[in-house]
Design a protein around this ligand. Structure first.
Ligand code: HEC
Ligand code: HEC
Length: 263
């Protein structure tokens, strides 16, 4: 009952929106690359947000689960909907070409290239390089102790969720090969020199007139140092990220890279 009601609601919503859309646009603005976007804005944005960021009635289309959908899965979920949820089947309301164009536009919102008809875009999990890369990430290379994805992992470094679409190949390589060349905002490093000369460095977290708070390099502890009780607090321009990557073999580097790009 609930889902047929939602269906009705959505269908009538769609019709209203369609009138609104087609009434206001000239035929030319609907043709070509922008078509997926026009259709998305008319039918999908109300639940998924103007940029796929999500709304109360629909989930984000730019988060990790949506990013991981294979091209065919993306097309299928739009075509067939998800039974028992607000996501109705659009087959029948939209043509195959229209669904394809919208799916293509969703890829754009995810920062990925548009869909290619008949393209052999096999999923990350099928690629042996990606699988091997993920094992390295969580094992030998131990990236996981500082970085998270899929909501697990450390917090000394930024989450690598979506890093493959956020950074281009050059930027990923630079982050891996020379971590200190540019440091991600909010991941600066401070060094505290204690009165006995001991040095402690970690991720800078907070500051006040009296104290500075640092997250230990292993991520486990957040420590507050009172400025009047330490000899000095310095900014370091060195990343906390070790140069593990450059010490891996070419094969392993390639696997790790393939995994990062699948995120
Ligand atoms: C009435 C609200 C609503 C409308 C309109 C709507 N969706 Fe959805 N959509 C949802 C909901 C809710 C889900 C989550 C379903 C679930 O729980 O799996 C969803 C899921 C999806 C997913 C799967 C995302 C994932 O991470 O698995 C895609 C892709 C999607 N919608 C695309 C579209 C497109 C394209 C349109 C427009 C043609 C559209 N939706 C219109 C509510 C809506
Ligand atoms: C000791 C903690 C630590 C470990 C271990 C570590 N990193 Fe990092 N990583 C960081 C920090 C901190 C940053 C952010 C500062 C910077 O820009 O260098 C970072 C940045 C990055 C970035 C750039 C992210 C962005 O959003 O720009 C990538 C990619 C990355 N690390 C990948 C890896 C990989 C792959 C490994 C395993 C080989 C790894 N890291 C191991 C701490 C770590």
């Amino acid at each position: 009952m609930k889902s047929s009601f939602t269906l009705l609601l959505t269908r009538s919503l769609k019709n209203t929106m369609a009138v609104f859309l087609f009434g206001g646009l000239s035929a030319t603005s609907l043709a070509g690359v922008g078509e997926g976007q026009e259709l998305y804005n008319a039918y999908c944005q109300i639940c998924h947000g103007a940029l796929g960021e999500g709304q109360t009635m629909g989930k984000p289309l730019t988060d990790a689960p949506a990013n991981r959908l294979l091209d065919q899965e993306l097309i299928d979920v739009i075509t067939d909907g998800r039974a028992g949820t607000g996501m109705v089947a659009w087959e029948g309301s939209l043509s195959e070409v229209e669904i394809f164009d919208i799916a293509s536009y969703i890829r754009n919102l995810q920062g990925k290239p548009a869909l290619v008809l008949g393209g052999d875009d096999s999923g990350p999990s099928d690629d042996p390089n990606v699988i091997a890369g993920e094992m390295l990430f969580n094992g030998l290379a131990d990236c996981i102790s500082c970085h998270s994805y899929n909501e697990k992992g450390g917090s000394v470094g930024p989450s690598l969720e979506g890093v493959g679409s956020r950074l281009d190949d050059g930027a990923i390589m630079q982050a891996l090969m020379s971590p200190s060349a540019s440091i991600v905002d909010g991941y600066g490093v401070k060094e505290v020199e204690q009165q006995d000369g001991t040095l402690v460095r970690g991720r800078y977290r907070n500051d006040s007139e009296l104290a500075v708070q640092i997250q230990s390099e292993d991520g486990q502890r957040w420590v507050t140092y009172f400025k009047e009780r330490v000899a000095a607090v310095r900014d370091l321009d060195e990343s906390l990220m070790p140069d593990t990557f450059s010490n891996l073999g070419a094969n392993e580097q390639q696997q790790l890279l393939a995994f990062l790009k699948s995120l």
